[in-house]
Ligand binder design. Sequence first.
Ligand code: CA
Length: 230
Amino acid sequence: MKQPLIYIVEDEPAQVAVLSYNLEKVGYQIVVADDGERALQLVEEIEPDLIILDWMLPQVSGIEICRRLRARPETRRVPIIMLTARGEEGDRVRGLETGADDYVVKPYSPAEMVARVGALLRRSRPGLADETLEYGGISMDLAQRKVTRAGQPIHLGPTEYRLLLTLMERPRRVLSRAQILDLVWGRDVDIEDRSVDVHIRRLRKALDLPDTLDPIRTVRGAGYALDMEN
Ligand code: CA
């Protein structure tokens, strides 16, 4: 089972230390960014399962980071917990309007934060499970785990299903083999890059019906994209 990856975006080392310690202790993988620009860069590289975002950051504020993440299709759905200092409650509403999923006021207890993170992760997964994703005539019913193309049922193994889900959540975005490995198999898994090619081939074969086009574009030297517009 893949460990949830959490980004902590906070510039105060003491806060970071307490948060990391408590979240790692319950089994989360933690990556820290001490400013917003760095956070946006990291998100580009590997998409986290949740972001803890401090309001007060040097240069770009937490609220602006939140806005930018919500504006991008590929990070629109990443769960975000905003951190703020007491007395900024007036900003609370603004924070939620901007798209943060939850709010924690400093000072908070580590136990409270761990509980909030757990709750938001659970909430974000079933939320996703209610959806149907559509692209290029392919339809994924996430609650029933059913895939169809042009109305025809498509039968996929579990890995091909996760691979298709990864692509369907990021239409037209080029993903490297390393990114696909992270997203489909999780980090710390000893699988070679060329396994990605094997599973892409199987997925293509499963999706290949009469009168349909290959929905997966191979980008030489870069990776793969779900992309039929070329
Ligand atoms: Ca701060």
